[in-house]
Design a protein around this ligand. Structure first.
Ligand SMILES: C[S@@+](CC[C@H](N)C(=O)[O-])C[C@H]1O[C@@H](n2cnc3c(N)ncnc32)[C@H](O)[C@@H]1O
Length: 303
C-alpha cells in the first residue's frame, strides 16, 4: 500500500509533464529528483518503458509497488552510484525487447536496456535538437561531434541536411547508422568519422572543410585511444576555437557541457572571449521536464 503523500507526489510530477507526451513523443523525464520532491530519484519514460534511477543498493518497496502499478510497460531500475556501471535491472512488467524505439517529435531512436549503462539517448538535449532541426535545411551541412548514437544528426538529416557524425566509439557510430535506417534515411548518404574530435577538427580545418552547423557536446572528462585527456574546465576553449576554424561564414555552433563547476554565464563569457566580435551568442535553458538543476549549459553562437 502506498501512502497518500507518495501518490500525490507522483500525480503532481506526472501532471506537470502530461503536455510533453503525445503520439509523436514518448521520451520524457517524469520525475526529476528534488525538483519533484524526490531527492536522488529520476524516472524516465522511454518508448513506453519506465527507467527509475537512484543511488544505493535497493529501491524502496513502497515506491517500487506504486511504480509497477502505474507503469504502462516494463519497469527497469538503474543504480547511479556503482563503480562498475551495469545495465539497468528489470523489476517488473513484460520485459522490453533487446532493442525498441522511442519517439521524439516524430523521429525514432533505437533504445536498449541490455546494451550497457546508457540507453541510447540523452533526453536533456530535446530542445536543442528541436532548435537545430529548425536551423537545418536541404543543402546545409552539420558536423555532430561527440555524437553518441547520433540524434543531432538524425534531426538535421530529417530537415534535409547532410551530416557528419563523429565519435570515438565504433559501437555508437553503428548505432547511429541504425538510427538513420530506423527513420527511413540512408546512412550511405551521410558521413561517419571514428576517432578523437580534436584530431578530426584539426584535419577538417587543414583540408578546408567547413560546416554550416557544428555540435560540441563533450563528456566532462574523456580520454581518447592515444591517452589524451579532455577536461571541460580546461580544454573547452581550445575545442571551441578548433570548431570555429571549421565553420562556414554565417554558420552556427552549439556548445554544451554538463560540468557542474561552471555556471551558464561563466561558460558563455568564456566562449565570448574566443568568438569573433561580430558573433551573436545566446544561452538556452534545459527542457521543462528537467527542473532539479540547470546542469546542462548550452550556448548557441552564430558568426
Ligand atoms: C555525453 S555523450 C554525447 C551525447 C550526444 N551529444 C547526444 O546528445 O546524444 C559523449 C560521447 O562522446 C564520445 N567521446 C568521448 N570522448 C571523445 C573524443 N575525444 N572524441 C570523440 N568522441 C568522444 C563518447 O564515446 C560518447 O559517445
Amino acid at each position: 500500500m502506498s501512502t497518500p503523500r507518495l501518490s500525490q507526489l507522483l500525480d503532481s510530477a506526472f501532471a506537470k509533464r502530461q503536455s510533453l507526451l503525445s503520439p509523436n513523443n514518448d521520451l520524457v523525464r517524469l520525475i526529476d529528483g528534488e525538483g519533484d520532491d524526490f531527492p536522488g530519484l529520476y524516472l524516465e519514460t522511454l518508448g513506453g518503458h519506465w527507467l527509475i534511477s537512484s543511488q544505493g543498493p535497493s529501491l524502496s518497496q513502497e515506491l517500487k509497488v506504486e511504480l509497477l502499478d502505474r507503469a504502462p510497460g516494463s519497469l527497469y531500475w538503474k543504480r547511479l552510484d556503482q563503480h562498475q556501471k551495469e545495465p539497468p535491472v528489470h523489476l517488473g512488467g513484460e520485459e522490453a525487447p533487446e532493442y525498441f524505439a522511442g519517439l521524439e517529435n516524430g523521429l525514432k531512436m533505437r533504445l536498449s536496456f541490455q546494451a550497457g549503462y546508457s540507453q541510447g539517448i540523452f533526453l536533456d538535449q530535446r530542445d536543442n535538437r528541436a532548435a537545430l532541426r529548425e536551423l537545418m535545411a536541404p543543402g546545409k551541412t552539420l558536423l555532430n561531434t561527440f555524437a553518441y548514437t547520433g540524434f543531432f544528426s538524425i534531426v538535421a538529416a530529417a530537415a534535409g541536411a547532410t551530416t557528419s557524425t563523429l565519435d570515438l566509439s565504433q559501437v555508437y557510430l553503428d548505432w547511429a547508422r541504425e538510427n538513420f535506417r530506423l527513420n527511413k534515411m540512408n546512412p550511405a548518404e551521410h558521413y561517419f568519422c571514428k576517432g578523437d574530435t580534436f584530431h578530426w577538427l584539426r584535419r577538417f580545418a587543414k583540408q578546408g572543410r567547413r560546416f554550416d552547423a557544428i555540435v560540441l557536446d563533450p563528456p566532462t572528462f574523456s580520454r581518447d585511444n592515444k591517452g589524451n585527456i579532455f577536461r571541460v574546465e580546461k580544454d573547452y576553449p581550445a575545442l571551441f576555437e578548433l570548431a570555429l576554424a571549421c565553420l562556414t561564414p554565417g554558420g552556427t555552433i552549439l556548445a554544451c557541457h554538463n560540468y557542474r563547476g561552471m555556471t551558464a554565464q561563466e561558460f558563455e563569457d568564456q566562449l565570448r572571449k574566443s568568438a569573433p566580435s561580430e558573433s551573436q551568442i545566446r544561452s538556452t535553458k534545459m527542457p521543462p521536464d528537467f527542473i532539479e538543476s540547470p546542469y546542462l549549459k548550452s550556448v548557441w553562437l552564430t558568426v
